[in-house]
Design a protein around this ligand. Structure first.
Ligand code: FES
Length: 122
């Protein structure tokens, strides 16, 4: 079965890479492997698990600051209600319901959470 490598980049420059199949979300695999990604609802409504896609599909330009559309890297199991269309287009992704479509790198942690607004659903 196809799997994609999702590399989670933490604010302290640490990384964790998880291999995610199309039947699982990034959060499910991370938790199984003991990685402490923040989460709450697990339904795409609270925004606690948000990350920001840095690169997808090996299309990587070191040092580039351009936003990657999260749709290039992930499909969703359900509607990501906690994010606006603009946030999604700027690379923000809800890892609790996200299934990767490509190898990718994703920034995670409290700094990413502080970059987006509060969810209207939480
Ligand atoms: S854990 Fe609530 S949106 Fe992901």
């Amino acid at each position: 079965m196809t799997q994609y490598d999702v590399t989670l980049e933490w604010p302290d420059d640490g990384t964790d890479t998880v291999a995610v199949s199309p039947t699982e979300t990034v959060l499910e695999v991370a938790l199984r492997e003991g990685i402490r990604l923040p989460y709450d609802c697990r339904e795409g409504t609270c925004i606690t698990c948000v990350g920001r896609v840095l690169a997808a599909g090996g299309d990587e330009t070191p040092g580039a600051e351009e936003a990657v559309d999260a749709a290039d890297a992930f499909d969703y199991r359900r509607q990501p209600k906690a994010l606006t269309e603009d946030e999604r287009a700027n690379g923000y992704v809800l890892l609790c319901i996200a299934v990767p479509r490509a190898d990718c790198r994703v920034a995670v942690g409290p700094m990413v959470r502080s970059e987006v607004g509060d969810s209207p659903w939480s």
